[in-house]
Design a protein around this ligand. Structure first.
Ligand SMILES: CC(C)(COP(=O)(O)OP(=O)(O)OC[C@H]1O[C@@H](n2cnc3c(N)ncnc32)[C@H](O)[C@@H]1OP(=O)(O)O)[C@@H](O)C(=O)NCCC(=O)NCCS
Length: 367
């Protein structure tokens, strides 16, 4: 049975930064309150011209570059997002077109902030089954479009960004070693965007009532998160007969510094084994685990052979954890020039659109 290794990684955050002081100009709050209760100092916010696919494409290209893998070699793209481009088509398909992944299947996976752990596990299982060799997993968010900037309970928390991992098959042991995924829909209303779906399609009333924005019972979510995080880490380790002593790094979903602190306490692990960057990005939902992992790699904290645990929780309610033995890129065959692939992808997309128009025009004439 092949192993699923993480061989490439890439992140992208939009340039504009919104500080706590900036938010204090919009709602009644303060930098001190936000830092004390959440650990967040600032977050990145996408420009009007940037979308989940824009951020996702940048992260994907960077991840493919590290893996030295051509987009045309991808078998599957799984995109996970709590702020997708549309209800459909899938954001994954838009990214597939823009990077020129000509033979890849592409779909979106929705598990709110646990999405990246779920998606990575699904990608890894596709590789473990032997049916796929190269899978791209992307978490991308423009949550700022779903935030009510008049609601101080939620607008202080979220940020925009994207992260991507390339998973590749190898006979060498390592990579994704175990995973647990959980859900409890009885808590669905504690964190949701209530309108815009089939339950409450957009009407003047839903818009007036702000139901297209994130609604959250902060205290309830806080209690849930502190209850499940440590337990999920232990479960994922027990699956492969490991304990926290075998782990070099925990990369938790970055929602709130105090939630991470409480998980460390529950696991009886020092906080310096936890990768934390919530202070500079806020909660970027599905992108938060890859963003934190990639920063830890850039600082040479995570190294090859390290055992790393990813753990997340979020709306649904959902939660999950995964143990990974870190490896890095597979030995390079030949250098892949991703700029050329990107240009080719744009040209290909343009030609296919024109062709579709011509085909449509001719078929109308035939009728
Ligand atoms: C949102 C959160 C930071 C609020 O912190 P808290 O300590 O629970 O604060 P509370 O909701 O009890 O509010 C305490 C008081 O501060 C006020 N308050 C809320 N937001 C505020 C803000 N941004 N600035 C100042 N005061 C604020 C409340 O109105 C309340 O005032 P009151 O006592 O007069 O009613 C915290 O509950 C949290 O992080 N929850 C988890 C959220 C999360 O992680 N969501 C994503 C999951 S993927």
């Amino acid at each position: 049975m092949p192993f699923a290794h993480i061989t490439g990684w890439g992140m992208y955050v939009p340039e504009p930064v919104l500080t706590n002081d900036d938010i204090a100009k919009l709602v009644e709050t303060s930098d001190e309150w936000i830092r004390e209760r959440t650990g967040i100092r600032e977050r990145h916010i996408a420009r009007e011209t940037e979308f989940p696919s824009t951020l996702g494409v940048e992260a994907a290209i960077r991840a493919l570059k590290v893996a030295n893998l051509a987009p045309t070699e991808l078998d599957l793209i799984i995109c996970t997002s709590s702020s997708p481009e549309y209800i459909f088509p899938a954001t994954a398909c838009i990214i597939q077109d823009q990077i020129g992944a000509t033979k890849a299947g592409a779909f979106d996976l929705q598990a709110a902030c646990t999405g990246f752990v779920y998606a990575l596990n699904m990608g890894a299982q596709a590789i473990r089954s032997g049916s796929m060799k190269n899978v791209l997993v992307i978490g991308t968010e423009v949550l700022s479009r779903f935030v009510n900037w008049k609601d101080r309970n939620t607008c202080i928390l979220f940020g925009d960004g994207a992260g991507a991992f390339v998973l590749q098959a190898s006979d060498q042991p390592g990579g994704v070693m175990s995973a647990v995924m959980h859900s409890d829909g009885s808590g669905a209303d504690s964190l949701s965007v209530p309108a815009g779906g089939a339950h409450s399609p957009a009407t003047e009333a839903t818009i007036r009532e702000g139901k297209h924005f994130i609604q959250m019972d902060g205290k309830e979510v806080f209690r849930f998160a502190t209850r499940v995080m440590g337990r999920a880490v232990t479960e994922s380790l027990e699956q492969i007969q490991l304990t926290t002593n075998d782990v070099q790094w925990i990369v938790p979903h970055q929602a709130n510094y105090r939630i991470i602190e409480s998980a460390a306490k529950h696991l009886k692990m020092p906080l310096d084994k936890f990768v934390i960057n919530v202070d500079r990005y806020g909660n970027t939902s599905t992108a938060s685990i890859p963003l934190a992992t990639i920063e830890a790699l850039q600082k040479s904290q995570i190294k090859p052979n390290d055992k790393v645990v990813f753990v997340a929780f979020g709306g649904g309610l959902t939660w999950g954890a995964m143990v990974v033995e870190w490896t890095g890129p597979l030995p390079a065959k030949k250098q892949v020039h991703l700029r050329q692939y990107r240009l080719f992808a744009r040209l290909r997309s343009f030609i296919r659109r024109i062709f579709r128009h011509i085909e449509g025009f001719l078929s109308r004439k035939e009728v």
